[in-house]
Design a protein around this ligand. Structure first.
Ligand code: PLP
Length: 378
């Protein structure tokens, strides 16, 4: 009996696939550009520590996390590579922890810079930081036009080491026919800051702009480093970017059939009877639900894979269970494995498929898998 066979449902994570993706992405960006592995949100649900160790082995240069706790988790596990906190840290306590754990905070304002300078100089240490500029996302970052002035000010703060300058693309995954040129505009704004720094003889460390979509779009947005999340996990950010680099999906979701029921025609299934059988049917109850991260909005709109073929999910997805119509699969048994995300035979179902069916994005699907589901590395 394998470990898997004792689970009712689980997330299978293929770290070799993630390593292959790092290598494929590194070939795409070339040797002059480094790869930052974005491992926030528990590595998009794949497990931060196993992913961090795997990508380091495959050549990732550094890490991006969203919160202080995510950075500390890497340090406590003995990972010593550079870590950039992509989210904003505003409390002196948080910034003090950055110093202690050698995590780089992102600065979006003079206020944050002064706070870091005071804390670092007060403890007689130097603090590595990165400056973020808003070139069109209107979220974090200082106005890009303030860039040269801020870099000059930061360079004057002797307790700060300005290790990088970056911005973030808002619409890099837009399909070509919907691209209104924002990514190009953001790139030109970023470049104009860099050239005025050049003119003033100011350096700002590592320069970076691209997320996964920016990385896949083309080389002009790569600069010194790319910050890759979704593509690292083998998921394309949008259908038109799927073929640019050959990526291997790293995550599969499997669950077990726990009960089989033969019912007649006209039987209402699950809460609200949102599905009614149109013929005598074999229903299979599968032990996974929305509390595990299967979006309830997929009720009656998703398939699962069994024995290399698709079977429709029917009725409302409930907290811990969902029902599939297995009439076409008489070989199904209690204990049979069904695959919700992943591949079997020639069939595959991706987070992008789910997201398109329920009006969200693959990022949210991946982050939705709860710790109630064990992660099994294969
Ligand atoms: N850079 C920043 C600042 C981010 O917030 C994120 C994630 O949203 C990423 C890079 C990685 O994005 P993606 O998963 O699209 O590669």
């Amino acid at each position: 009996e394998t470990r898997q066979s004792r689970q009712r449902a689980w997330v299978e994570v293929n770290t070799a696939a993630i390593q292959a993706n790092v290598r494929a992405l590194q070939r795409h960006i070339g040797p002059a550009t480094q790869l930052m592995a974005v491992v926030k949100a528990d590595a998009y649900g794949h497990g931060a520590l196993p992913v961090a160790r795997a990508v380091l082995e495959a050549g990732a240069a550094c890490f991006g996390v969203a919160t202080l706790a995510e950075g500390v988790q890497l340090r406590r596990a003995g990972i010593s590579s550079p870590v950039l906190v992509l989210g904003n840290l505003t409390q002196p306590e948080e910034l003090r922890s950055c110093l202690r754990w050698q995590l780089m905070p992102t600065l979006s304002s003079m206020r944050e810079a002064l706070l870091c300078q005071n804390l670092a100089s007060g403890s007689g240490r130097t603090m590595a930081v990165q400056l973020k500029l808003d070139t069109g996302m209107a979220r974090l970052g200082a106005d890009w036009q303030e860039g040269p002035r801020l870099v000059a000010a930061l360079r004057g703060m002797e307790a700060l080491d300005l290790a990088g300058i970056y911005s973030h693309l808002a619409c890099a995954d837009a399909a070509p026919e919907e691209d209104d040129g924002l990514s190009d505009l953001q790139q030109r704004r970023f470049e104009s800051v860099l050239s005025s720094l050049n003119e003033q003889g100011l350096t700002a460390g590592c320069r970076h702009l691209a997320n996964s979509a920016g990385t896949l779009r083309g080389h002009r947005q790569h600069f010194d480093l790319v910050r890759v999340g979704l593509a690292l996990y083998g998921q394309p950010p949008a259908p038109h970017l799927a073929g640019v680099v050959s990526l291997r999906p790293a995550l599969q979701i499997h669950a077990r059939v726990t009960l089989l029921r033969q019912v007649g025609a006209g039987v209402g299934v699950s809460y609200g009877h949102r599905f009614r059988t149109s013929r005598p049917s074999l229903l299979a109850v599968v032990s996974i639900g929305y509390a595990d991260g299967v979006p309830r909005q997929l009720s009656n709109r998703m398939d699962v894979l069994f024995d290399g073929r698709r079977l429709p999910q029917v009725g409302a997805i409930t907290m811990d269970q969902l029902v599939i119509d297995a009439t076409e699969a008489p070989r199904i048994e209690v204990g049979s494995l069904v695959t919700l995300l992943g591949d079997q035979g020639g069939e595959s179902i991706s987070p992008l498929d789910w997201s398109e069916r329920c009006g969200t994005i693959p990022w949210e699907i991946l982050c939705g898998f709860k710790h109630r589901l064990p992660r099994l590395a294969v």
